[in-house]
Design a protein around this ligand. Sequence first.
Ligand SMILES: Cc1cc2nc3c(=O)[nH]c(=O)nc-3n(C[C@H](O)[C@H](O)[C@H](O)COP(=O)(O)OP(=O)(O)OC[C@H]3O[C@@H](n4cnc5c(N)ncnc54)[C@H](O)[C@@H]3O)c2cc1C
Length: 491
Amino acid sequence: MASTSISVNPRRSYNHFTKDGGASFNENRLCSFTFQSGLLGSKIPMEKLSLSVNGTRPTRPEPIRFSGSESMKASSRSFDVVIVGAGIIGLTIARQFLTKSDLSVAVVDKAVPCSGATGAGQGYIWMVHKNPASDTWELTKRSHQLWKKLAETIRDQGMDSLQVLGWKKTGSLLVGRTPEDSVMLRKKVSQLSEAGLRAEYLSSDELHSKEPSIYVGTDGGAAFAPEDCQLDAHLAVSYIEKVNRSFAPKGRYAEFYHEPVTGLVRSTSSGEYEAVRTSNNTLYGKAIIVAAGCWSRSLMHDLLKDSNVKFDALVMPRKGHLLVIENFNPLQLNHGSMEVGYIDYQNAAFTSGQNDQSQALSVSMTSTIDTMGNLVLGSSRQFAGFSTEVDDSIVLHIWKRAGEFFPKLKELPLTDFVNNRKVRVGLRPYMPDGKPVIGPVPGLSNLFFATGHEGGGLSMALGTAEMVVDMVLGNPTYIDNSPFAAKGRCC
Ligand SMILES: Cc1cc2nc3c(=O)[nH]c(=O)nc-3n(C[C@H](O)[C@H](O)[C@H](O)COP(=O)(O)OP(=O)(O)OC[C@H]3O[C@@H](n4cnc5c(N)ncnc54)[C@H](O)[C@@H]3O)c2cc1C
């Protein structure tokens, strides 16, 4: 396949994009910034600054061009990288570019960060339910290493990772209640152990002494992964935004929230897509990364409709409810837990033509206690379009399912918690083959895609960000990126 490269010239000034040398945002969270090229005065060697596709290094920098029909508007801005989507995936990619290169980054979102799936995330950063033979194993493992490293760095800087990220090493329990479940859990433990993970099988009695509130009957048991951790999605997002914004005064970062992306601008000379058009701005970028979660398919469809590029990422919304009960004292949990059935539900495929709601709906028990001491219970899965409306019958279903594992909850009607309960609903970006798409859009050298993480986006975010940035810079990736390529899956 022919490959093209885009190179960033570190000596080029982009001052012509911002005639007054500055730009203000009406976003009250990030008041103003002065835009200068992040490439000026770069301490990073030219090689690092190259944006390269397919590992091909550019021989000569490509000049920046604007398409003939696109007149320069006051609202045009230029960056090295433009990221569409400010969920956990888009924001962590931005952070990775900012901290690991000298490139300037814009993040654009139709709303605000936690408005997508990220805001509903329970926050488990777990390996216990993962399959070492799956394509996502290495990515997840790498990502967890990076989260752990980040939590350590935060501690080394004198901050409390619990306060900053909601980071807790609770360990996780994958629990089952039948003899068949126990056989499966024993097998799981040996698979995890063979793959180098600390894991042990707990009989019903051993489980009871570790987590007295759980009841799995005499035939049940659990797989216990003591190294598994959890974070708070909202805290983690705030922290990452703070890191990203610290680059704004240096002119390397800007965010454009409440600005839906509505189009792409194509260079008439090179044919490359060189900018995204939003409701208010035209944002030029040498690399454009689409990380728009479950909206990515329709967005790409709209963006590419006038081109001859055939790209159809099959990502679709998989709705999930999460129940949070504030200041919940009746149940004390030492660990996070998940019922073993979760794995089958997560892997269950979408059947086209499926229109029976009850058939499409699955609920499996997940439980954690968050930083504030709230009980967080999950979760449901269903294919129900893009609606994020709360369905009270599903909330009740989650409560009842949790009661199957935590008998204490059976004594408490959910109606007792009307005033201190919150329901979070999010649309997981589901890919039918169970793994995200990470990499360039075939045939378009500077347009990248990073989505489809379904129920593991928080978990896989840092590994994904590292992979995307390495791909854009033309560096070798830490783990094999080929299972995540769009080629052969989306076109
Ligand atoms: C109930 C529930 C529990 C979960 N629990 C966990 C968990 O414990 N651990 C875990 O690892 N994962 C969990 N997940 C999954 C995780 O939340 C997702 O995989 C992850 O948040 C996906 O992140 P994202 O950035 O791809 O998508 P999103 O967070 O959805 O972000 C996409 C962004 O793109 C923006 N966007 C869309 N269209 C446009 C446009 N045209 N222009 C500009 N911006 C646009 C949206 O506004 C949105 O902000 C859970 C999910 C749910 C629903």
